[in-house]
Design a protein around this ligand. Structure first.
Ligand code: GLA
Length: 719
């Protein structure tokens, strides 16, 4: 029975991917109604009655039922949060779409909904795409002022997503400098859950995304949804309970008062929201996000090259830069197998500490009398790439640039300039400022063989005014534009996004850069949690992960070289310490890990990631495919059980037989003390997939702050 036979006016738009469906009910005179977003529905599964046909009018209610739409707006029957808050000098404060057309751009997978409000004189275009391979639902919104006066916009949701009543739990991420991706779980009630960020960049404390799931869902199974805003500026998201038991999830830019005032014919285009749903729990959501981010990364040469092992000078020598020492560090790095040498902060004019110099982007000849050329050549001659730290968006009041152009800092007349880390933020929205930066960084890129820029941003935005108007969103757009200009001019250069570690980690910046510095905290115990939060949204190859010194500078805790290296191994691996200070034994151990990383990076950086928890506080993660997995088993605290529980591996193929081997950077002398554990280290142990999935992998007892790595491969993969 087709819908046309029973209900001539019922029209659906059904977006489909391999595992997901999104269904809108379309009419010509209102915004499309959300009917469904969830696991893939087969052909013929859509009911032949409209949403309103199954909703009687409750007491004390409007006769005109206004259910959740793709663009619910305030004032004409919708009582929930509005996708738009706008007015025209106090008028046109209420909006409702009066016309709607749907334009398919890719049948079944991508469409544009074009709507108009003929009363408030607005046009709204919403692009939705459901990627057949990644299951990612991508949504963005464009608002155009078709009236004659100025339209003041306070909020425009980039996406309004429907969540079913089961999605009652939200995992969101908070934190601070040195402690990013602190996960918090909140039960959704009858009200609004809301997170906002007004710091002007993505922020350490409010990640612009979340994961929601049914209470019965876990890491590996159950209905789960995720969404993240691809944007590096201010943002807001809310999840609101609706009176029909569903929730709406809105994400978008947080706009400062007066920030968006659209003149006649002008438009506001939102960033994109990436969202996904899965019946495979939190790991299913992560898999969708990883595929989506991978498909959007824009690599030099179009394809990711193996992620080189880096040496970053920061925690090794901080501002104490001396050419002789740096030459020695580079030699030691090459000897250890390192492939990229990154000269961090302190190399440019007047930068002897964090009190001066930002803005003066030329080499300080009092430190490098012959410039950086000889060091870069030495690095290249040793077979390594040369990378350089910059912080283009910043200026120290104590700099030649500020003395020449004090007006170039973001500011508000008669307000004090508030410094953080002794610095102010440059107004990139002024063309002459961006041109200055392009010129200065371009001169460095022309003069030196720079393969990599570490692009930092070490403070929040305050008094972010430009010519009297809020400049937040334009500042973010200008930073993206500057990155793009650099990439166009010097297409082989890779960029790392850093903001005091993880202050600018989002899917937006990753369209302009190639990795992020996950956290300034390199303490391996802290890093386990930070990286697990990160991996919920982003793939491991863009996760900067370094082996730092012991004790860790950020926490004072000490960990073994093996543990530090094992925690960094799955990411984009690097070293951030003074190699010259290591003992012979430590340096040999580190070399072993560098060799191991090179052998495993292909599998680590192309596969799926599963995160899990074992008994007795064990944490684990698996990388690869079901037939060939690398399992990292992290024990952070001491055991409380006498024998460890087995580790069940839910992702293996239950029809296949596997061989389990322990992977080690170097053979170690300590005995495993039981036959199976010795066998893991020699010929391997054969176990059936069904056994691994349901009974689990036997594990040896281990002390706190240790990691075991196992390779679990099907026998046919071994031959
Ligand atoms: C920030 C970064 C560090 C380092 C310093 C240099 O804190 O996160 O990695 O580059 O700046 O000043």
């Amino acid at each position: 029975m087709t819908s046309a036979m029973t209900n001539a006016t019922l029209r659906y738009a059904h977006l489909k991917s391999r595992h997901c469906s999104a269904v809108l009910e379309i009419s010509d005179h209102e915004a499309p109604l959300w009917r469904y977003w969830g696991p893939r529905l087969p052909e013929g599964a859509l009911p032949d009655f409209s949403l309103r046909a199954a909703r009687a009018t409750p007491t004390f209610s409007l006769e005109e039922d206004v259910p959740l739409s793709l663009f619910p707006t305030f004032g004409v029957g919708w009582f929930g949060s509005s996708a738009l808050l706008a007015h025209r000098q106090g008028q046109d404060f209420a909006q409702a779409m009066t016309g709607c057309e749907v334009i398919w751009q890719k049948q079944d997978h991508a469409l544009r909904v074009r709507m108009a409000d003929s009363v408030a004189s607005l046009e709204v275009e919403i692009d939705l795409g459901l990627d057949p391979e990644t299951d990612t639902l991508t949504v963005s919104t464009k608002l155009t002022n078709t009236g004659s006066g100025i339209l003041d916009v306070q909020w425009l949701a980039a996406a309004v997503l429907p969540l079913p009543s089961q999605a009652r739990q939200v995992r969101s991420y908070t934190g601070r400098h040195n402690s990013e991706f602190v996960m918090q779980e909140t039960a959704l009630g009858r009200g609004i859950w809301r997170r906002e960020n007004r710091r002007g960049l993505t922020s350490h404390d409010a990640f612009p995304g979340a994961v929601t799931s049914a209470p019965a869902a876990d890491a590996h199974s159950g209905l789960s949804y995720g969404a993240q805003l691809a944007w590096s500026g201010n943002h807001a998201q809310l999840i609101e309970w609706l009176e029909d038991g569903r929730y709406q999830w809105q994400l978008g830019e947080w706009l400062a008062p007066g920030e968006v005032r659209l003149g006649p014919g002008e438009s506001l285009q939102t960033p994109e929201v990436l969202s996904t749903c899965s019946l495979a729990g939190l790991n299913g959501v992560a898999a969708g996000f990883h595929k989506a981010i991978r498909s959007r990364l824009n690599w030099p040469g179009a394809e990711m090259s193996p992620r080189p092992v880096g040496l970053n000078t920061w925690e090794g020598v901080y501002f104490d830069l001396k050419p002789t020492a740096l030459f020695e560090m580079a030699t030691a790095a090459a000897d250890a197998g390192i492939e990229r040498f990154v000269l961090d902060d302190g190399w440019f004019q007047g930068r002897r500490s964090d009190r001066a110099g930002l803005g003066d982007w030329w080499t300080d000849l009092s430190v490098f009398p012959e410039g950086l050329g000889p060091l870069a050549k030495h690095v290249n001659d040793l077979g390594m790439d040369f990378g350089l730290w910059v912080e283009p968006e910043m200026i120290n009041p104590d700099s030649e640039l500020f003395r020449a152009h004090p007006d170039w800092a973001l500011q508000i007349a008669d307000r004090p300039l508030l410094t953080a880390r002794n610095q102010l933020v440059l107004d990139l929205t002024r063309p002459e400022v961006s041109a200055y930066l392009l010129n200065k960084i371009g001169a460095l890129l022309d003069a030196l063989p720079i393969a990599y820029l570490k692009w930092d941003h070490n403070r929040d935005l305050t008094t972010a005014g430009s010519l009297g108007r809020p400049a937040y969103r334009r500042q973010t757009q200008a930073a993206y534009a500057l990155m793009d200009q650099i990439r166009q001019g010097w297409p082989k250069v890779e960029i790392e996004a850093c903001a005091g570690g993880g202050g600018r980690i989002d899917a937006g910046v990753l369209q302009h850069t190639h990795r992020v510095w996950t956290s300034d905290c390199i303490d391996a115990v802290s890093r386990v949690a930070i990286q697990r939060g990160f991996l919920q949204f982003f793939p491991p190859e863009v996760m900067g992960a370094h082996v730092g010194a012991s004790p860790a500078h950020s926490t004072g805790r000490s960990q073994s070289m093996n543990f530090r290296a094992a925690v960094a191994l799955p990411g984009h691996f690097g070293v951030e310490l003074d190699l010259r200070q290591l003992s012979f034994a430590e340096s040999e151990t580190l070399k072993g890990w560098i060799t191991l990383y090179k052998a495993l990076r292909d599998q680590l950086h192309h596969g799926q990631v599963w995160l899990g928890e074992g008994d007795d506080s064990l944490l684990w993660q698996a990388h690869g495919q079901a037939e060939d997995l690398l399992i990292f088993v992290y024990r952070l605290g001491p055991m409380t059980q006498k024998w460890p529980s087995n580790l069940r591996l839910p992702m293996v193929d239950e029809d296949k037989v596997y061989r389990v081997e322990e992977v080690r950077a170097r053979p170690s002398l300590n005995a495993a003390a039981a036959k199976v554990f010795d066998d893991y280290r020699s010929e391997g142990v054969v176990l059936h997939g069904a056994w691994l999935a349901h009974q689990g992998l036997p594990l040896p007892s281990r002390k706190a702050e240790t990691c075991q790595i196992y390779r679990v491969r099907t026998l046919d993969r071994l031959s």
